[in-house]
Design a protein around this ligand. Sequence first.
Ligand code: NAD
Ligand code: IPM
Ligand code: MN
Length: 350
Amino acid sequence: MHQTLLLLPGDGIGPEVVAEARRVAETLAPDLKIEEGLVGGASIDAYGDPLTDETLAHARHADAVLLGAVGGPKWLNAPRDKRPEAGLLAIRKGLDVFANLRPAFCFPALVDASSLKREVVEGLDLMIVRELTGGVYFGQPRGIDELGGLRRGYDTAIYTHPEIERVARVAFEIARGRSGKVCSVEKSNVMESGLFWRQEVTLAHAELGAGVELSHMYADACAMELVRAPKQFDVILADNLFGDILSDAAAMLTGSIGMLPSASLGAPGTPGLYEPVHGSAPDIAGKGIANPCAAILSLEMALRWSLGREKVADMLFAAVGKALDRGARTKDLGGSLTTREMADAIIAAL
Ligand code: NAD
Ligand code: IPM
Ligand code: MN
């Protein structure tokens, strides 16, 4: 039976970068059955809903899902559940992909593309494991309302024992395949959910963390350390919100947010969701200049983590490095290649 890859290009530069990932997939894995669907603003425009039940069912039946990006000014004033971002959260929740792996790898050719000094980022290779289906993103109650004549807005940061244990387990497993170090971050100095996070990760480590060295850091200090001395980290374990923020910071260590892929994994045997860390980049959408590397490297992660094609994934990772070594650069990396030309350079390196 053929494996299925569902593409959900989304909005803005999403379709531009996913089209290039598709060409790479067709070159590298011609037997893959590639299907397409709508998510985000594109789905709102077609069906009035950022993620339809049909698209979610489609995703559940695929072996892997590659999503471009969602969002844009067109849908900014719609009610929250009718905004593109709601579709993204709904597919993450619907697939129960609770462990979001966001690697930050500085390709040798890009050490000077980062805004930080060469010696700070040269050889950087870290992995952020972000909890993706809980925390303040989903906690109840939340709202904007009025109490005692006072308008207010609020969210609830909440984590349960199983939610923390299962993502900590993934971080420990990943660390075992790397240098064996996990740094868990939270704000246990001010937040109850942060204190609970630290306690639960410590317990999980005693039970499931054999061979793994665990340390803890406050999330604000981690942001500072990521910029000061990022190579001290191997695996960073973070909740949904801190993981979101820290991964954007980590992106800039690698030269551009256009370089960062991600993999979101659930229970074994269920489809993984793969997406660039970047958004729909409305400022450059339609110009054909977006960097397709994050989308192509997200395909690489899909080949590795969901489709069982590690050798092909290795080849693709090497080809991206080789294209960069040969000087291929989009505008965000200081070059002038178009999205298509950048993908051409990677395909040529294959
Ligand atoms: P963004 O990542 O879209 O853009 C930030 C900056 O990075 C922009 O200047 C953009 O041009 C640049 N950039 C991003 N990706 C690039 C690429 N591949 N190549 C070159 N330059 C790139 O973040 P934003 O501006 O904060 O958000 C825009 C929209 O995207 C919002 O609606 C937001 O909610 C959404 N968003 C979606 C996702 C997602 O779908 N996974 C992620 C982040 C933001
Ligand atoms: C990301 C994005 C999303 C998030 C938004 C668009 C919902 O910033 O994937 O990093 O906050 O998770
Ligand atoms: Mn983000």
